[in-house]
Write a protein that binds this ligand. Structure first.
Ligand code: NAP
Ligand code: G4F
Length: 354
């Protein structure tokens, strides 16, 4: 019998990679999509729907929204999934300062809606639950590197909403004996990353400069440091977390750290732009070998509170799950640059799931 998975947030970066990975493992996959005004709201899933051999026969999209508890419950009771992945969220940290209450409705209460749907439909012994927790929980870090035992110190409406979801997931595990787990994932990127996260903003922005479509890329705090992995590797960790015998929470990270500045320099070199920096703070600029100012810093991209540095310790995942990050920083940056250059030149990116 084929296993059934239900993915909330299937139209997002991770949802698309996870749907592809589970279909390749012969799962029947159900995904939840929000109604939107444009037809192309599920473009990340195009490679799956366009694949001639496959898989699309085992893939169904349903309308739903995490803020609508009854719609969630009705989906859970109809599908009776073996595995439920909650990847749905208002996932942008800077935007969460602008819409804090909405972020809590989705990221905090939305998670509670799914957990209750599992429980009230009597599926607490059948459906395994994965919650997309985040390294943002460590916030202004209290320990380096961060592991499963590092205390949380969240610094944004987003991470505070995610903290509620983290503890609700843990509570349902402990109170009701549910297989409910948190993956505490550090930043992970890919050609499918949302365009306003810093890595994708850089690879798209530099590609536009290279092709002469734009002159400059504006950024915020380029000295922030992150532990960046590849979404393809990280969705595999999500799946592995649900295949264990005992549910528990895991840190998923590379164990290596780079700054936003490193990312910019590395990406620029791939298209033969050699950047040097002049000035400080919001007056700093990045200048290429021909003397053109191609990077500037703008106050509007700074956050009211910043997470300066994140570095994960993935040793428990290595030990229990035999999981480790496979993609190096260099090859991540390269894949994203190649993909965005192709997208801008040819109107289409290479198939990210190949
Ligand atoms: P993403 O690209 O922003 O995708 C978020 C998904 O959630 C999209 O499918 C989005 O739908 C959906 N969604 C948003 N609000 C919803 C609502 N009210 N009801 C139903 N669906 C809703 O995020 P991602 O990068 O794939 O990340 C996946 C999850 O992991 C998120 O929960 C994120 O917070 C968490 N996380 C991400 C990272 C990372 O570095 N990427 C690290 C740690 C944790 P639309 O397509 O309609 O917008
Ligand atoms: O790419 P970012 O927006 O990602 P951030 O804030 O680390 O959050 C991402 O990772 C979390 C896991 O730790 C997820 F939970 C969350 O859902 C999301 O996927 O920003 C990275 C860093 C920040 O320090 C930011 O201040 O880059 C800095 N930055 C500098 N200039 C910028 C910019 N970030 C954005 N988005 N845009 C800029 O122009």
């Amino acid at each position: 019998i084929m296993k059934k998975a239900l993915i909330f947030g299937v139209t997002g970066q991770d949802g698309a990679y996870l749907a592809d990975a589970l279909l390749k493992k012969d799962y029947v996959v159900h995904g939840v999509k929000r109604r939107q005004s444009s037809l192309s709201s599920a473009t990340r899933l195009d490679p799956i729907f366009k694949d001639p051999i496959q898989r699309k026969t085992n893939f169904t999209l349903h309308y739903g929204d995490l803020t609508d508890a009854l719609s969630i419950s009705s989906l859970v009771s109809k599908i009776k999934p073996d595995e439920i992945y909650n990847l749905a969220a208002q996932s942008h940290v800077a935007v969460s300062f602008v819409i804090p209450a909405y972020t809590a409705q989705v990221d905090a209460l939305g998670t509670s809606n799914i957990l209750e749907a599992i429980r009230m439909n009597g599926l607490e012994n059948k459906a395994k639950f994965y919650q997309a927790s985040t390294s943002e929980l460590y916030g202004k870090v209290l320990e380096v590197p961060q592991s499963e035992t590092t205390p949380f110190n969240p610094q944004s409406p987003y991470s505070i909403a995610k903290m509620y979801a983290f503890y609700m997931t843990k509570l349902y595990r402990e109170a009701y004996g549910m297989f409910a787990t948190n993956g505490i994932l550090f930043n992970h990127e890919s050609p499918l990353r949302g365009e306003n996260f810093v890595t994708r903003k850089i690879t798209l922005g530099l590609s536009k400069i290279k092709l002469g479509h734009e002159k400059k890329l504006s950024l915020g705090n380029i000295d922030a440091k992150r532990d960046w992995g590849h979404a393809k590797d990280y969705v595999n960790a999500m799946w592995k977390i649900l295949q264990t015998d005992e549910p528990r929470d895991y840190v998923i990270a590379t164990g290596e750290q780079y700054s936003v500045r490193d990312f910019v320099e590395k990406a620029a070199l791939l298209i033969d732009l050699k950047i040097h920096w002049e000035g400080e703070g919001i007056n700093e600029v990045g200048i290429d070998q021909d003397g053109r100012t191609i990077i500037d810093i703008r106050e509007e991209y700074y956050r009211p509170a910043e997470v300066e540095t994140l570095l994960g310790d993935p040793s428990l995942a290595k030990k229990d799950l035999n999981w480790q990050s496979e993609t190096t920083f260099d090859s991540l940056v390269e894949e994203m640059m190649i993909s965005d250059l192709a997208l801008l030149k040819e109107g289409q990116m290479p198939n990210p799931f190949k």
